[in-house]
Design a protein around this ligand. Sequence first.
Ligand SMILES: Nc1ncnc2c1ncn2[C@@H]1O[C@H](COP(=O)(O)OP(=O)(O)O)[C@@H](O)[C@H]1O
Ligand SMILES: [Mg+2]
Length: 248
Amino acid sequence: MAEIMKIRNISKNFGGIAAVKDLSFDIYEGETLGFIGPNGAGKSTVVNLLSGYLDTDAGSIEMNGMDITKMKPYQRAHLGLSRTYQIPRPFPELTALTSVATSAICGKKRYNQSFEDSLVEATHYLEFVGLFSKRSILARDLTFYELRMLELARALATTPRLLFIDEVMAGLNPGEAKDAIRMIERAKNDFGITIFWIEHVMAVLMEAADRIVAINHGEKLAEGTPEEVVNNEAVIEAYLGRGWKTYA
Ligand SMILES: Nc1ncnc2c1ncn2[C@@H]1O[C@H](COP(=O)(O)OP(=O)(O)O)[C@@H](O)[C@H]1O
Ligand SMILES: [Mg+2]
């Protein structure tokens, strides 16, 4: 399998805290790669580094063989990178439809696309995530689940090849969580997107992930198939504990 992203020896310090330390791994084209670790392990920081919201202190990031280490987020977006946030970041005063249309315009190198065309495009993504009937509602009036789906629609509207998902289940009830997982799997299959997925609920990644990378204190603990990673002693010690299956 070809790598869509190659991460080599990246590090990030916040003041005296080493949030990410000399971390290397690959994301393969077409896979769902799970990313796990305890709270504060550095998972969201890694997503921020890979998507360009933070600069790395050291190391390199390649996408499709191109060095993107110093690229701005919008440049990475134009190469096909998109993300959702752990805490949704809507434009509160925009309607659901306009929010998605804005992503459709900004996420691509289509400066000649009219806003009307973007609205039509946005309609399709709202339909996809089940928010068509909410298209005229202001983002600030959506429920938490709807905001999560709006985030997904906004990410998809940039037509990503690689999508980072940061804890989509957090704050959802079990029924909503199930819908959210199904939605991500459908997005992956329908649009052929590679997924890099941070998730606390291990059972989700056991089902959905092809491989998992586990980190702790910003360093890699283990990498392999879900089976291999959940049976890894260091992962059990630092994160899962024994008997994680009982929480599924
Ligand atoms: N912007 C920031 N400024 C200072 N410290 C930060 C910042 N973002 C994260 N950290 C710290 O970096 C460490 C890793 O955090 P984070 O990447 O959010 O972990 P995770 O997503 O795995 O829970 C934590 O100690 C956190 O407090
Ligand atoms: Mg996080």
